[in-house]
Design a protein around this ligand. Structure first.
Ligand code: PHE
Length: 352
């Protein structure tokens, strides 16, 4: 076959291939096959060496024309196929904006955390700072240093979980009083949120629950400061019109000791099922730090005085939200948790 015929055949083949190509990728392969450096056109033109010198320019020109024609057709098809491919992709990726969306659940703070944050904020605004301690405590910190010796009847009240080595799961946050006083010097103003453990379970008791401890130690801290501070707390938390009362009580680590009640949140003092007809709710235990506790941390009880208090977060949350069973807090049922959508006052700036 003459070179001219070869070129013509090549052109026809290229044209029909390009026409039939179904993708830009196939087109590119065809372009390389015919026009690439090692392509068919180059191959045919190698035959020029055997031609007369006079014929070479003619063939060269014919080859160039064919090349240009192939390129033009290629270009036209590329543009067409690109448009087709883009249209297909857009059709495939089309979003039907009229379809109903998938709902997303908004995260909310757990009601216990809401209450914990609110309590913490009220005391932080009075100058208390947050302190923490370990859940696994030594007998010394949990009992001994708090004036609860081995045979003390108060140990029975605590239903303690003991570990094999004699350590305990702390039964209250009070051991952090001891840890802080042995590490710092007065004035001390701390609140201690945290988990505590007692072997007890029913609708109002859980083997794990949360307390907030408070401790204020300085020169000349008085019982009236205790009353003022805790009244302020209760009125901020439950409402400023609520009555507060202090009853004498007993704790080994405070002397004198008191239990603090607030007017019932449900019946406003008339008596109902929540307050067991008494009109009052017991909220916290408190008292002036016992001299024996100062002795065990090496403070001079004639130089410093202080008050301490402890309250249960679950109980506060149950009263605040009207929750009848403590176990609801730990079941992580979204139908329950979703009901407490409020943002803690501490985060809205309502507590100043
Ligand atoms: N630790 C006590 C309890 O768990 C509460 C308390 C703390 C009482 C501090 C007085 C002072 O019951």
């Amino acid at each position: 076959m003459s070179l001219v015929d070869q070129l013509q055949t090549l052109k026809n083949k290229a044209f029909s291939d390009i026409q039939q190509a179904v993708s830009t990728q196939a087109l590119e392969e065809i372009r390389v096959e015919f026009l690439g450096k090692k392509g068919l056109l180059t191959e045919v033109l190698k035959g020029m060496a055997t031609l007369d010198v006079a014929q070479r320019p003619l063939i060269g020109q014919a080859a160039n024309e064919i090349k240009t024609e192939i390129q033009a057709l290629y270009q036209e098809r590329v543009t067409g196929l690109q448009r087709q491919e883009r249209d297909a992709r857009l059709r495939e990726e089309a979003v039907d904006v009229s379809l109903p969306g998938h709902g997303t659940d908004l995260g909310l703070r757990h009601p216990l955390n809401q209450v914990l944050l609110e309590v913490t904020a009220i005391f932080q605004n009075l100058g208390f700072s947050v302190q923490e301690g370990p859940d696994v405590e030594s007998d010394y910190y949990n009992f001994e240093a708090l004036n609860i010796p081995k045979d003390h009847p108060a140990r029975d009240m605590h239903d303690t979980f003991y570990l094999k080595n004699g350590d305990v799961l702390r039964t209250h946050t009070s051991p952090v009083q001891i840890r802080t006083m042995t590490q710092q010097t007065p004035p001390i103003r701390i609140i201690v949120p945290g988990k505590v453990y007692r072997c007890d379970t029913d609708v109002t008791h859980s083997p794990m629950f949360h307390q907030v401890e408070g401790l204020y130690v300085d020169k000349d801290v008085t019982f009236s400061q205790l009353k003022g501070t805790l009244s302020h707390f209760l009125k901020t938390f439950f409402g400023k019109d609520k009555k507060v009362r202090f009853r004498p009580s007993y704790f080994p680590f405070t002397e004198p000791s008191t239990e603090v009640d607030v007017e019932c949140v449900k019946c406003e003092g008339h008596g109902c099922n929540v307050c067991k007809r008494s009109g009052w709710l017991e909220i916290l235990g408190a008292g002036m730090v016992n001299r024996k506790v100062f002795d065990s941390v090496g403070y001079d009880p004639d130089q410093v005085t202080g008050f301490a208090f402890g309250l249960g977060i679950e109980r506060l949350a149950m009263l605040k939200f009207g929750i009848p069973d403590i176990r609801f807090f730990y079941e992580n049922d979204k139908r329950f948790l979703g009901q407490f959508g409020c943002v803690p006052k501490a985060l809205t700036g309502e507590i100043k």
